[in-house]
Design a protein around this ligand. Structure first.
Ligand SMILES: [Zn+2]
Length: 93
């Protein structure tokens, strides 16, 4: 970061650099555990649980079982597709 508070690079480069840094650091188990701990601390400190209750109050479909089941199925399919993509990424052609 520059002394004026700017990064001196464009948004796309910043996103790419962040992704690269994350992919390097996520191989480090200590870092992953620290991040996990940081996320949990943040969740409690900023009271995300209560916030989510408030947000869900405006979304009555969140209590609808058919919506929940549909969402679970969709998530399963997304995870399946992502796993397939990861398998393809791991194969060197
Ligand atoms: Zn750039």
């Amino acid at each position: 970061m520059m002394s004026d508070g700017r990064l001196n690079k464009c948004k796309a480069c910043t996103k790419a650099d962040t992704k690269h840094r994350y992919n390097l650091l996520r191989k480090d188990d200590d870092w992953v555990n620290k991040e996990r701990e940081r996320g949990r601390e943040k969740y409690k400190r900023l009271n995300y649980k209560e916030l989510q209750y408030k947000l869900n109050a405006n979304r009555p479909w969140r209590h609808n079982s058919s919506f929940k089941n549909f969402r679970k199925k969709i998530l399963d399919q997304i995870i399946l597709v992502l796993n397939c993509k990861m398998i393809f990424v791991n194969i060197d052609y």
